[in-house]
Every structure is written in structure tokens, then in C-alpha cells.
Design a protein. Structure first.
Length: 126
């Protein structure tokens, strides 16, 4: 497997996130826990598409900033009673550097639509 260097662990705030743009598809959010564990999820909540990178990290989860859904950092799945998952990306950390899989960055979750912000127009008004 081919790995791409993304950043250093210290470039991700403790209990925070860093957003990684991709050539195609939605960005990936890197999260850092208190134990310096790094996780990567598509930066899109499975509920309404909220930017998980702007959420609050606690334990092994992140709270979506839109509706406070709890999303697991290891699997990208919402915690009960909520349902749904966002794609998780493989992460490798070596010598303080964070790496993501080049093939996953190029292929994973390219078909998911970007969230739509603002009011939606009814079909008759469009």
C-alpha cells in the first residue's frame, strides 16, 4: 500500500481536527485524541452532512456541530439511538508523521454529495 504524508501529529490540535482537501470528493477530517491517537473520517456527518472537523472531540468520538450526533472516530458510525456511518480512512503514524492511504484518498466515498447550506427552494420556485 502506498501512503501519503499529510502532516505532523502536533499539527492537529489535541481534541481537535485538521481538514485535508482531496483532488476529488469531500475533504477528510483528521482527529487527535488526548493520547495522541489520530483518526480520519470523511468530513461529513451521516445525518445532515455537518462538518465533523468543526465538532467537539471527546474520548474516541466527535460530536457533530449541527445536531450533536456522536460519531465514533474508529468506525465513523453514529452512536445509538442515532444511525448511519461516514467513511473512515486508514491512518498510519510513524516518527510523529501522519500518513493516509493514497488509494483511499483517490477512491473512497467519491460518490457522496456535498451538503447543501442555506434554505432550499421548492421545485416550483426554482
Amino acid at each position: 500500500m502506498s501512503w501519503v504524508t499529510i502532516c505532523r501529529v502536533e499539527d492537529i490540535p489535541v481534541l481537535g481536527a485538521r481538514r485535508v482537501a482531496r483532488e476529488r470528493g469531500l475533504p477528510v477530517a483528521l482527529f487527535r485524541t488526548t493520547g495522541d491517537r489520530v483518526h480520519a473520517l470523511l468530513d461529513r456527518c451521516p445525518h445532515k452532512g455537518g462538518p465533523l472537523s468543526q465538532g467537539i472531540v471527546f474520548g474516541k468520538s466527535v460530536a457533530c456541530p449541527l445536531h450533536n450526533w456522536t460519531i465514533g472516530l474508529t468506525d465513523g458510525c453514529a452512536r445509538a439511538p442515532d444511525e448511519g456511518c461516514t467513511p473512515a480512512f486508514q491512518v498510519r503514524v510513524a516518527a510523529g508523521e501522519v500518513f493516509l492511504s493514497q488509494s483511499e484518498l483517490a477512491t473512497l466515498a467519491l460518490d457522496l454529495p456535498a451538503p447543501v447550506a442555506g434554505p432550499r427552494l421548492s421545485p416550483a420556485a426554482a
